[in-house]
Design a protein. Structure first.
Length: 276
């Protein structure tokens, strides 16, 4: 059996992120071959993943960032089992490596992201390897991106909620984009504006409004009018541009943006909260 030096163990640990004893055992099993030892650690991750397949990975981090030119944004979610791991710096660094890769490569969807090369292995395999390192079930369930003339990303303290928004033009004050991204995070709109709401959703809301009014004993001839009023309230509460601005509820987000620039508007947004 090859002699396993402390320097070799340390080198493998830096390569894989696995614990010192795990690295030593892998090198011993691989007779000092680093490639084989890395594969052993990766397979160990697969074994742990199989054992923990029935566990719930409901903790984790939600991370988002805008590209250097401010015209693209990406968001990823990396789940784990416990809050302890979610707050671990190594876990967060690993999640940020995936986020940075997504920012660099701009994959089309989650499957494409999982197939990208991350340090000599696919993102999917790297996540599996980290299961062996950390000892908890990990999952990469969500990836999204956004393109616009100006993109702002916001991560709420604690890394459990993030949002990103696109504006149709750049504005000198970066706070404007941040304000809107924070609005999305705080108020969880379902669409940019009422025109973005599907007719199916509108009809459903109208029917709910009619039924509520009917149960309240309102006359049949005014049910449609009451339902329309409830629909307008739904638009105001649930569409971003119609929502009351959280920093000044006397104006809507649309009015706030038009005070900055009469043509300024939101083109899209993405929001994800682990506890939603």
């Amino acid at each position: 059996m090859a002699e396993i030096k402390a320097a070799d163990v340390s080198k493998l640990r830096k390569m894989t992120g696995a614990g010192m004893m795990d690295c030593k055992k892998a090198l011993q099993e691989a007779n000092g071959d680093f490639e084989k030892a890395t594969e052993i650690i990766r397979k160990k991750g697969q074994a742990v993943a199989s054992k923990r397949a029935d566990r719930e990975a409901s903790e984790g981090v939600v991370l988002a960032k805008a590209s250097a030119d401010g015209k693209k944004g990406v968001m990823i979610v990396l789940n784990c089992e416990t809050d302890f791991v979610a707050k671990n710096e190594d876990f967060i660094k690993f999640a940020r490596r995936i986020l940075d890769l997504a920012d660099e490569k701009q994959p089309a969807d989650l499957d494409a992201l999982k197939s990208l090369d991350l340090g000599g292995k696919s993102v999917d395999d790297a996540v599996t390897e980290q299961i062996g390192v950390i000892g908890e079930k990990l999952d990469l369930p969500f990836y999204s991106k956004i393109d616009a003339e100006s993109v702002t990303a916001y991560i709420h303290p604690g890394n459990m909620l993030a949002s990103m928004i696109g504006l149709n033009k750049k504005v000198p004050d970066a706070q404007v984009g941040k304000d809107v991204a924070m609005q999305v995070a705080a108020m969880s709109p379902v669409a940019v504006d009422r025109q973005s709401i599907s007719q199916d959703v509108i009809e459903k809301e109208l029917e709910i409004g009619r039924e509520q009014a009917r149960k309240e004993g309102k006359p049949e001839e005014i049910l449609d009018k009451i339902a329309q009023g409830k629909l307008n309230k739904f638009f105001k509460e649930s569409t971003l541009l119609d929502q009351a601005y959280i920093k000044d509820n006397k104006k809507s987000i649309s009015q706030y943006l038009q005070e900055i620039d009469k043509d300024l508007t939101v083109t899209g947004f993405v929001r994800y909260g682990l506890k939603d």
